[in-house]
Design a protein around this ligand. Structure first.
Ligand SMILES: Cc1cc2nc3c(=O)[nH]c(=O)nc-3n(C[C@H](O)[C@H](O)[C@H](O)COP(=O)(O)OP(=O)(O)OC[C@H]3O[C@@H](n4cnc5c(N)ncnc54)[C@H](O)[C@@H]3O)c2cc1C
Length: 471
């Protein structure tokens, strides 16, 4: 029997994971991966700084989810995994650096104490009185934006000073652009549970429920690290995936159209030089591209997917000769309400990651851009670097110019992250329903199953499992 022919569009994490999983399940399969850029990895991008490999896209993953770690161990990368230091992260609000709140869910507290140092006394009183207010009119399975929910119950300060900073660090969107169910699912489930039990639905009760469901920490046990990364950057992972996938990876191959006939799927576009049809196709591209490629083979899915918008961001990586004066923290999130600071967040990478600290000096990543506000992402490179240095000095007192700016890398991520708004999950369901009857077709990637590295891996693995089941 002729081997099954697979085409995968996009050599980001979703595409490469798909290729690897197909090869594992069917070593005889012919796998062609088409990538528009001249490199693999997509939003995973490790740059060769003089001082060592440095991530300019994703730099960590949520290791509390053990499936991603197990996957990387399976790839033979156990010795490459690194854990962050115990340094904590700060928030810059009201012109001061403050500790992030402990407890709660994504910075949303169940009572005022954890956030009392971040909000006014009026807001603190409002949080504590929320349980006595009229209940939330919550429909089981319903959704609303995180910003709307928290603002309505606790007031704007909690959203603008805390929740948007934390969510913005993950999604490049403010809390108003993100749905509760997609981005804080445990909170949506707690709201559902209260409504289903016929209890009064309040935000404080829902957060308390989330807190009470966390397993108690054994004081004698070593703390479980929440995050992990790679000693040599994410290139370690995407290069291993590419190598072990057995796939033929075509770079500079921009797929502009997909059609289908009785022989299978046909792909075409600049730099795409292939003969023959494919039995199976995985679109592992960002939402707008996937929508365009679905146009002729699954028009309804294509139409639904068009509604997914993307948020842009920029990362400025800076290596300094000295770290004297840089706070001993892993980084700073800037409150959305800070008028004089344009940087969204700083990661003090050399403080956060011991293996980067060992290089000497300081490594700092400045992040810019939120959904709907990407003017700064388009700014000239010099302006971005100057803004990063000025904001860093204003916030921390660390004068990067004095400290000796040895290396700089500016990476813009236009449309880097899909916006998980309150309609997003329903949109994904519609897209999946729309491709269901297209035999041999799957979609995968950050817009489909979640933006984080573990979510993208698991989404791609599930997509391949469905294709393999087709035989
Ligand atoms: C700045 C930034 C920081 C992040 N930090 C973290 C983090 O620390 N931890 C974490 O877990 N997650 C992080 N993420 C999220 C995570 O990196 C991404 O969600 C994930 O890497 C996306 O993988 P993907 O394969 O779905 O998409 P992509 O990486 O976008 O891959 C899609 C690929 O398709 C290619 N492509 C597009 N159109 C075409 C076409 N027409 N033809 C052929 N190829 C095409 C693209 O060039 C790209 O290579 C971050 C994201 C960004 C932008």
């Amino acid at each position: 029997m002729a081997p099954t022919r697979y085409a995968i569009i996009g050599a980001g994490l979703a595409g490469l994971t798909s290729a690897y999983e197909i090869h594992k399940a069917d070593p005889e399969a012919v796998i062609h991966v088409f990538e528009a850029e001249d490199r693999i990895g997509g939003k995973l991008f490790t740059v060769a700084f003089e001082s060592g490999p440095t991530d300019m896209g994703a730099e960590a993953y949520l290791a509390l989810r053990s499936d991603a770690t197990e996957f990387f161990v399976e790839l033979g990368l156990a010795d490459e995994l690194v854990r962050p230091s115990a340094a904590s992260s700060l928030v810059y609000t009201g012109g001061e650096l403050k500790n992030l709140p402990a407890g709660g869910v994504m910075g949303i507290p169940s009572h005022s104490a954890p956030v009392a140092h971040l909000v006014s006394t009026e807001t603190a009183a409002r949080i504590d009185a929320e349980g006595d207010a009229d209940p939330i009119d919550w429909q089981v399975g319903g959704d609303v934006s995180v910003g709307e929910l928290v603002r309505e119950r606790y007031g704007a300060e909690v959203v603008d000073r805390i929740v948007s900073s934390l969510l913005g660090g993950v999604y490049s969107c403010s809390a108003d652009d993100l749905g509760v169910r997609a981005t804080v699912p445990q909170l949506a489930e707690a709201l559902d549970a209260l409504a289903e039990a016929g209890e009064k639905v309040t935000l404080s009760a829902a957060v308390k429920r989330c807190e009470s469901r966390r397993p108690p920490r054994d004081p004698g046990a070593a703390p479980v690290p929440v995050f992990a990364g790679f000693r040599g950057g994410y290139a370690t992972a995407y290069e291993a995936l590419a190598e072990k996938s057995g796939a033929d990876i075509h770079l500079d191959a921009f797929v502009a159209a997909v059609t289908r006939d009785l022989r299978g799927f046909h792909i075409s576009g600049p730099g795409v030089n292939v003969d023959g049809a494919y039995d199976r196709l995985i679109l592992a591209t960002p939402a707008p591209t996937t929508a365009a490629l679905l146009k002729s083979i699954a028009p309804e899915a294509s139409e639904a997917l068009k509604s997914v918008k993307l948020a842009s961001s920029a990362v400025v990586g800076m290596k300094f000769d000295s770290d004297a004066g840089l706070p001993d923290n892993s980084g700073v999130l800037v409150a959305i309400s800070e008028p004089d600071v344009q940087t969204k967040a700083f990661t003090f990478s050399s403080k956060k990651w011991p293996h980067l600290g060992e290089r000497g000096g300081a490594l700092v990543r400045a992040s810019f851009g939120r959904f709907g506000d990407d003017a700064i992402v388009r700014a000239e490179e010099d302006l971005l670097v100057d803004t990063a240095l000025d904001d860093l000095a204003r916030i921390t007192g660390f004068d990067g110019r004095e400290a000796g700016l040895a290396e700089i890398y500016v990476q813009r991520w236009f449309g880097g992250l899909p916006r998980y708004d309150a309609a997003h999950l329903a949109t994904v369901d519609k897209v999946r329903a729309g491709i269901d009857d297209v035999h041999g077709l799957e979609v995968a990637g950050a817009w489909a199953g979640g933006v984080g590295v573990p979510a993208v891996i698991s989404d791609a693995r599930e997509a391949v499992a469905r294709l393999i089941r087709l035989g």
